[in-house]
Design a protein around this ligand. Structure first.
Ligand code: AMP
Ligand code: GLY
Length: 422
């Protein structure tokens, strides 16, 4: 079977790396892909306009593609999966109505409230006055979220009332996130430790993956501004087997059932961002796709055929697939460009990419090929994953590989997985 993967980041490199291991996959086409993806066996990057759904359908039909895997959220929220399914093309990823779980924080909160899925209390506000009055009533700390997609930047965790009020002005007054901030969700600040629990689902059967933890702040010790994610590890011990089971029973399973009941059957990867405190597990957010860089640690632990699972998620037979996990750990360290998450230079030549030691993989996140050389092209440049018997050894492996790759202005956090090792 030929598979088309949509996307170009570290998550897509990890998806591609796992997909080409499948015997079902004869050829993997990736639109637009990246230089790391292009180096995989059986793989070819293709230039397609991802926003042009008709062009994708025509391409898929012309090439005889048997499965389309959508990496990022934007095409899902825009309805790419709907168009493909309407053309009888198997696709991994939810339809537009189901992707609203990520596409609209208000919808997501309303679903959780309606189906008693544990989360922070909240209010959906359509205008500045209502929003500010709610902040005055509740006080700080409090969290202000733009309703729509804002590339991970639409959330302000306000430690003071003033910060919250300023965030409301930014989002609703100055429209800092455009239409995404026309409506905001204001919610209770939840204390605790975060974990990401992703699940495969065909709309009925739900199979949770191994829990992971992301490091969102740019600096060691979780200090400094938020980023897209500076590193991950799995399994995350904060989600004990009991709590993972609890998250499955009180979050993932009821949400998938609720979506089916609402006529918005959810198929693909459902990502639950969780806040764990003691034996309480509450939802921070849902995403409609794999996490980045969670995928770079979760998929190396998957001991099953990813293409088989993805097809089963589309055709409703996930209950017939055996999904095992390797009894080992993985750690991913993101190597970023100096200045990130602020502005940074691009075009720096990267060396050492082919020197990854055994049991490590260098996933490309923001790279580009120029005149036969691989250069930096983003803030997060590489995701370097190591695997080993336990987190400590996996961390050592990852940093061993990080030491091999060099470019001007490269930096990474030195403490990935610290919470697991403390
Ligand atoms: P989100 O995009 O909803 O995941 O929010 C981004 C980040 O903001 C999360 O990963 C959390 O670190 C933080 N956050 C979001 N909502 C809350 C909350 N209710 N309480 C505390 N932290 C939160
Ligand atoms: N690593 C966070 C996310 O993928 O949303």
């Amino acid at each position: 079977m030929k598979v088309l993967l949509i996307g170009s980041g570290g998550r897509e490199h990890a998806l591609a790396w796992k997909l080409v291991q499948s015997e079902l996959v004869e050829e993997l086409l990736v639109a637009p892909g990246n230089p790391g993806i292009a180096m995989l066996p059986k793989t070819l990057n293709v230039a397609l306009d991802v926003d042009n759904h008709e062009e994708i359908v025509d391409y898929v039909k012309a090439c005889g593609i048997g499965l389309v895997v959508v990496g990022p959220e934007a095409p899902l929220v825009a309805g790419l999966a709907d168009v493909l399914r309407a053309n009888n093309i198997p696709v991994f990823g939810p339809n537009k109505a189901a992707a609203e779980l990520e596409g609209s924080k208000a919808f997501s909160k309303e679903m959780m409230a309606k189906y008693n899925i544990p989360t922070a209390f909240y209010k959906i506000c359509e205008d500045v006055e209502t929003a500010k009055a709610y902040v005055e009533e509740k006080g700080a700390p409090i969290v202000v979220k733009a309703d729509g997609l804002a590339a991970g930047k639409g959330v302000v965790v306000a430690m003071t009332k003033e910060e919250a009020l300023a965030a409301i002005d930014d989002m609703m007054g100055d429209m800092k996130f455009g239409a995404a901030g026309a409506r905001v969700v204001i919610e209770e600040f939840m204390d605790g430790e975060e974990a990401s629990l992703l699940a495969f689902t065909d709309g009925k059967t739900v199979v949770p993956m191994i829990a992971s933890q992301d490091h969102k702040r740019v600096g060691d010790g979780d200090k400094g501004p938020n980023t897209g994610g500076m590193g991950t590890y799995a399994p995350a011990p904060v989600l004990t087997p009991e709590l993972r089971q609890k998250a499955y029973e009180t979050v993932l399973k009821p949400m998938v059932a609720a979506m089916a009941k609402e006529g918005k059957t959810y198929q693909g990867c459902l990502y639950a961002g969780l806040m764990v405190k003691g034996d309480s597990v509450k939802v921070v957010e849902f995403n409609c796709r794999f996490g980045d860089p969670e995928t770079q640690v979760v998929l190396p632990l998957l001991d099953a055929d990813l293409a088989e699972i993805m097809l089963a998620c589309d055709n409703g037979t996930l209950d017939r697939v055996t999904i095992n996990w390797h009894d080992r750990a993985a750690v991913c360290v993101v190597v970023a460009s100096e200045g990130y998450p602020g502005s940074y230079a691009k075009g720096k030549e990267i060396s050492g990419l082919d020197e990854a030691p055994e049991n490590t993989v260098i996933f490309h996140a923001g790279t580009k090929e120029v005149d036969g050389k691989v250069v930096t092209a983003g803030g997060r440049v590489l995701g370097v994953t190591g695997f080993a018997a336990d987190i400590r050894a996996a961390k050592d492996k990852a940093y061993e590989a990080v030491a091999k790759v060099k470019f001007e202005g490269a930096f990474c956090r030195k403490d990935i997985a610290w919470r697991a090792l403390k």
